[in-house]
Design a protein around this ligand. Structure first.
Ligand code: SAH
Length: 355
């Protein structure tokens, strides 16, 4: 049993029904796994030897092994992990003055095939398990404690599900991972400090709103269906109108807004008309727009909008009462920025994204 993939309830059932132990052992084990991020049962010194032996025989903690660490000049660190079946995934650590954010992956590769995104060129290899999603957080907490000398168990303050994969395409495991990450007996992240980004899987947005309480971000990236369908195949199934309908009915907590990500691609979606159309599209939805200057990927044929143009674009939105922010690009020099995550051996086109 992959015990670190179990919610506390499921772990309780396993501990009582499968191991024949008393119920209070479950939270004890869970805290070892998810508060301390234990990687072996041997560490769990307040569990009896007999129980630890039983666990060794009937359960396992499946590790993510650090395979590569790349440091950007801006302080961003990209970690590449090797899964037990020999796949590679990446997480990106972004320290800032007021927060320490981890960008988490949810799949090996991605099925959404957005043509501007490096991960999209890989295709989907498989879903990550809940424990593999959570293990990225535990592992980076460990790295940060070591590198920055923290006493606290959980130096990370914020999580964004914007790494490899489409989170809502692996919803069950995402949901379990969120329950673990938000648990008081686990890392205890607040819902206010977790954001999940989606390409726009409309039926799943509704479920996400009903079954979780964390923040939603939508990758819009275009102002017309024609544009969006060209680069984001998902739009042929659920177009902009369907996507925005789902946003209008999304159950928002008090004071919360939906974040729209808009990747600025030179000569493609960065004209004045695009900004004006966006203003019209987003009317009536509490939104914040994050403008992401495109991070160039060798071979994909898209180019970045310059800083000046990005600022003009932002100003048009602001004039139309749409709060827009130009996102600082972090980790570009280590191919650790948005849309650049892909792995040697996992992609046909992207071997040169690794250095
Ligand atoms: N699949 C989810 C989670 C990934 S988030 C989603 O699409 O939302 C990654 C973000 O980076 C998305 O907003 C995506 O549109 C954006 N992105 C992809 N390629 C990019 C690139 N080359 N430069 C900048 N942003 C990019």
């Amino acid at each position: 049993m992959d015990v670190a993939s179990l919610s506390l309830e499921a772990l309780s059932r396993f501990v009582t029904e499968e191991l024949g132990e008393r119920a209070f052992r479950a939270p004890q084990l869970y805290r070892w796994l998810h508060q301390r991020g234990a990687t072996s049962f041997d560490e769990m010194t307040d569990l009896s030897k007999a129980l630890r032996e039983k666990l060794r025989a009937r359960a396992e903690i499946i590790p993510l092994v650090k395979d590569l660490e790349q440091r950007s000049i801006d302080g961003t660190i990209k970690y590449r992990w090797k899964t037990r079946d020999g796949r590679f995934i990446e997480s990106v650590y972004m320290p800032a003055e007021d927060r320490r954010t981890l960008c988490v992956s949810t799949q090996v590769g991605c099925a959404m095939a957005c043509s501007f995104c490096m991960t999209g060129t890989m295709g989907l290899k498989r879903n990550l398990t809940a424990s593999e999603i959570v293990a990225q957080v535990h592992a980076v907490n460990r790295e940060v404690r070591k590198n920055e000398g923290h006493e606290t168990l959980r130096p990370l303050s914020n999580l964004v599900f914007m790494g490899m994969g489409e989170p809502l395409h692996n919803f069950e495991n995402l949901k379990t991972a969120l329950a673990i990450l938000q648990s008081q007996d686990g890392p205890n992240f607040s819902h206010r400090h977790i954001t999940v980004s989606t390409v726009g899987l409309v039926p799943m947005i509704e479920r996400f709103g009903k079954e979780t309480d964390v923040k939603l971000a939508i990758s819009l990236n275009a102002s017309t269906d024609e544009q969006r369908s060209k680069t984001m195949p998902v739009n042929r199934k659920w177009n902009i109108a369907a996507l925005l309908d789902a946003c209008r009915t999304f159950p928002l907590r008090q004071g919360r807004r939906i974040t729209f990500e808009y990747v600025l691609i030179k000569g493609f979606n960065d004209a004045d008309e695009d900004a004006h159309r966006l203003i019209e599209l987003l009317k009536g939805i509490p939104v914040k727009v994050n403008l992401i200057p495109y991070n160039e990927n060798p071979g994909l044929g898209f180019h970045t909008t310059g800083e000046e143009r990005a600022e003009e674009f932002r100003a048009i939105l602001a004039d139309g009462h749409v709060a827009a922010y130009i996102r600082r690009n972090r980790g570009r020099d280590i191919a650790g920025a948005c849309g650049q995550l892909a792995n040697r051996g996992e992609t046909q086109a992207g071997a040169e994204t690794q250095t």
